[in-house]
Design a protein around this ligand. Structure first.
Ligand code: SF4
Ligand code: SF4
Length: 404
């Protein structure tokens, strides 16, 4: 069966819309800010096309971030905390401008109850000590994209001039980690690793464990519409290998942790801990907030239900200057509901963290029920089985109580 046949597609324009959503029904708690649609690296597997999402390099100017600030204050009114997530492109290419935006928004929010938090994902190669100090002072959390040991990282994460990047990125991660350590209520400093080619998750895990990084994000390499690094067959082999490795890592950790409290002692990929904690608290994984509590804004000020649709203007649901277009939002929500019907009969739904309808916007607002769901189910299976192993040694009254 082809992907287009197997995907739960719901992006057709003749979707039945009964009523238009009220603007109050969209109250973002997280704003995905595509501030810099550009990057200084040329990672061989880059899924965002060097941050440009299929377009040309650009970054957000005051004529966009000023009305954006007003839009955030208006749409997220009543929220106590709002997170700005600078997750696409390399924000440090335009760091000063991004800080002007953050300062402006915080200043505008100062008369309200809204607290503006900020997080930047960075390749860590441009950042200076002074900028790190600024991040610390402004309480900005940083996620460094580093693929574990130098030999694995430098194979794919290369600079535009072909130079390797591991030494600089790791040095800046260590520096920021040392700066935030011991700061009460300070920002966090974490890492995110892509497992690509013949890299093994165990090697990545061993590397972070040795450096004292307890919990980190790890994901198998994904298909890129922009750089086409791995053919489909090779991608499948990499993902299968990754899942085998994840099983070993999760079971080894469950064995090591026998009878110990989880959240403080767990060492490994965050995805497994998140699933374990969901089971411990009998609380299902939340689906993503696209179209409800998450909003994405590109460098031109176009609004999207999430960052997966950036680069596809047909899925834009408005703009920072004009606001939401109710018909477009209604269409997205109806299409999402339709696509997620496949989840209601799926055994993995309570622990599935995927459920992403932006798997491939060229095919509509759709779940990738083939590859995406296969990976999600394999992840849930590993998490459930390893949790049972930990659970068998659980002491009575072990940590979190089920949520009400
Ligand atoms: S750091 Fe690499 S993966 Fe991230 S946007 Fe730049 S080129 Fe792409
Ligand atoms: S694996 Fe996840 S996204 Fe796929 S059908 Fe099941 S619950 Fe839905």
């Amino acid at each position: 069966m082809s992907n287009s046949q197997s995907a739960a597609v719901a992006g057709s324009s003749n979707q039945q819309i009964d009523s238009l959503p009220s603007p109050e029904s969209y109250r973002p708690v997280m704003w995905e800010i595509v501030f810099s649609q550009d990057c200084n690296l040329r990672c061989r597997y880059c899924v965002t096309g060097y941050g440009r999402m299929g377009g040309t390099a650009k970054f957000m100017l005051p004529e966009v971030w000023k009305p954006l600030s007003e839009r955030i204050l208006q749409m997220s009114a009543g929220r106590k905390t709002v997170l700005l997530d600078f997750g696409i492109g390399e924000t440090f290419l335009h760091f000063d401008e991004a800080m002007r935006f953050l300062d402006y928004l915080r200043e505008r929010a100062s008369g309200t109850e809204m607290k503006i938090e900020a997080r930047i994902t960075t390749n860590g190669t441009l950042v200076t000590r002074k900028q790190l100090q600024t991040c610390l002072e402004k309480n900005i959390s940083l996620i460094f994209s580093i693929d574990g040991p130098a030999a694995l990282h430098d194979r794919y994460r290369i600079a535009a001039d072909g130079k390797t990047t591991h030494r600089r990125a790791l040095g800046n991660f260590k520096l920021y980690r040392s700066m935030v350590t011991g700061v009460a209520n300070g920002p966090s400093c974490t890492v995110s690793s892509v497992v690509a080619g013949d890299a093994r998750l165990q090697d990545v895990s061993r590397f972070w464990r040795k450096l004292g990084v307890q919990q980190y994000k790890a994901i198998p390499v994904d298909r890129s519409r922009h750089v086409g690094c791995f053919p489909q067959q090779e991608l499948m082999a990499i993902r299968n290998q990754y899942m085998d490795d994840l099983k070993q890592v999760a079971f080894a950790e469950a064995e090591r942790l026998k009878g110990q409290e989880l959240s403080q002692n767990y060492v490994g990929p965050m995805g497994i801990l998140t699933s374990w904690m969901s089971m411990l608290k009998s609380s299902p994984c939340r689906s993503c907030g696209a179209g409800y509590s998450v909003m994405c804004v590109d460098a031109n000020g176009a609004l999207y239900p999430c960052q997966g649709f950036v680069g596809f203007p047909q899925y834009s649901i408005g703009s920072v200057s004009e606001g939401l277009i109710p018909e477009k939002l209604a269409h997205f929500r109806a299409a999402r509901t339709q696509a997620e019907k496949a989840c209601s009969s799926c055994w993995a739904r309570f622990l599935c963290a995927v459920g992403c309808v932006a798997a491939d916007p060229r095919k509509g607002i759709a779940l990738d029920t083939e590859t995406g769901c296969e990976i999600a189910k394999a992840h849930v299976e590993v998490a459930v089985n390893s949790f049972q192993m930990w659970s068998a040694h659980r002491k009575p009254n072990e940590e979190a109580k089920p949520q009400a």
